[in-house]
Design a protein around this ligand. Sequence first.
Ligand SMILES: O=C(O)[C@H](O)COP(=O)(O)O
Ligand SMILES: [Mn+2]
Ligand SMILES: [Mn+2]
Length: 565
Amino acid sequence: MTGGEAPATNGQSFHLAPNPEIQKPKTPLLVVVLDGWGEAEDDEYNAISRANTPCMDSLKKGKPDHWMLLKAHGTAVGLPSDDDMGNSEVGHNALGSGQVVDQGARLVDRALETGELFELDGWKHIAPAATEGTLHLIGLLSDGGVHSRYDQLKLLFDGAAERGVNRIRVHTLTDGRDCEDGTSIKLMETLQKDLQALEKQGVDARVASGGGRMCTTMDRYESDWNVVKRGYYAHVLGEADNKFTDPVEALKVLKKPKNGKPVSDQWVPAFVITDDKDQPVGSIQDGDAVVIFNFRADRVVELSKALEYKDFDKFDRKRWPAIKVAGMMQYDGELKLPKDYLVPPPKISHTTGEYLAKNGVSTFACSESQKIGHVTFFWNGNRAAPFDKKLETFHEVPSDQNIPFNEKPAMQSQKITQLAIDALKSGKYNQVRINFPNPDMVGHTGDLDATISACTTVDACVKRLLKTVEEVKGTYLVTADHGNAEDMVQRDKKTKKALMADGKPRMLTSHTLNPVPVAVGGPGLPKSVHFRTDLKEPGLANVGATIVNLLGFESPSNLEPSLLA
Ligand SMILES: O=C(O)[C@H](O)COP(=O)(O)O
Ligand SMILES: [Mn+2]
Ligand SMILES: [Mn+2]
């Protein structure tokens, strides 16, 4: 269902030709993204196969005509290699743009490998302050490759030192979400060793502050500004309740069990490293340079605002130093935030969202705060505002704040479901697009029972939604952005057996390399329409053209081929 009169992709034409097989539907299309719902064999650590999922099971019976699997990781979504797990940013970029675009991780790798990063405008912008003052590096200490990677951080500080920077302070956010929980201590030891190597070369290089990513700095979509406030106070002001002279010691103490459970890397309270006079070793001062070294946008947009915006009222900054700031990338192309950046971000244009808006399609997009930007910002190629305010409604349900989501695995799924049902019945929208965060957000806690509960809940929500699609005689497309809940344990790479420690399974808190399901159906889908079987390696990017087809148009030539025959 590709072909027809292809519009130019250079910005001149967004016209979409009518689809001869699927007429522009009079009833709505429901698009559901089950965040972190991958496909894997039944297993005791597969929270999806262990959950009660009659609705998703029934969709699977539609294989091969109306159910199939899609690649959701690695090069299929623009990541550097097929060892890279998928994530929400690249997943929703691929789904919504209908294209495979070289993603931030790959672009930063290239710019660092070639040394080009240090020739570009972003580096030139901060270099004088970095060499005369202190270079601060703030970001996620991780080897997960979702928001950042340690090898990139090391190339960055080594490269800076080679170029005359002689005072470096690293502000570390511990992970345990994109890599195994508990590995923060080892990674901090590696960082310490690498900074000490610089010290031997005469560079004053130290860790200055830190904290767990879920309570320090890395909030997203304005779910809870207190998270950013804690980070700003620790990194910029050098203020936190927890003070240590050594960062490894800080983690060892702050991770000690509370109520019988060790504190997860994600939730380490904010801390500051001080000298023997109890003074912070690396608060941010006038004249310093700051690089935010995450390449992924969502969780550093707020920090960028707090560092860069003169007018800022989200919390009392107490002190706002005159500094030069650069992001690893520009995180919001529309807001031009941050103004300066080390590596130009991926260029994602001519997305399905733009085509559809320019062809009169009305859309209701909804999720809770934790994921609202996934079905808006990421979906539309890292662009926050609608293409057409009259046609697109973005609805955010506030998420619970400051709790690990295994404590409430249903999250806001019932509210999202009800809002989507109302939108489907309203007759106002051609497309209703939602994201259920539960399998992913609860999966990241490593709590198997809570994740099973999350998946059972979400399946019941999809069931209610598909019943409504029946009632309104609409169409549906149900899919996911990457795997997570379907494998909750670390495995031996060769034997695939679960890894154990002290007689207990080592839980997996990160995403996986597994494929994800996609299903289409509903009374609005013409009987003759079904999935094609000739695509070599169908992936998430093939969904974009599929949605364009389901809404009654031929897909334009710049999109990956549709899944429909
Ligand atoms: O930011 C996060 O929560 C994790 O690093 C990745 O999860 P997501 O890609 O599903 O958002
Ligand atoms: Mn996701
Ligand atoms: Mn996730």
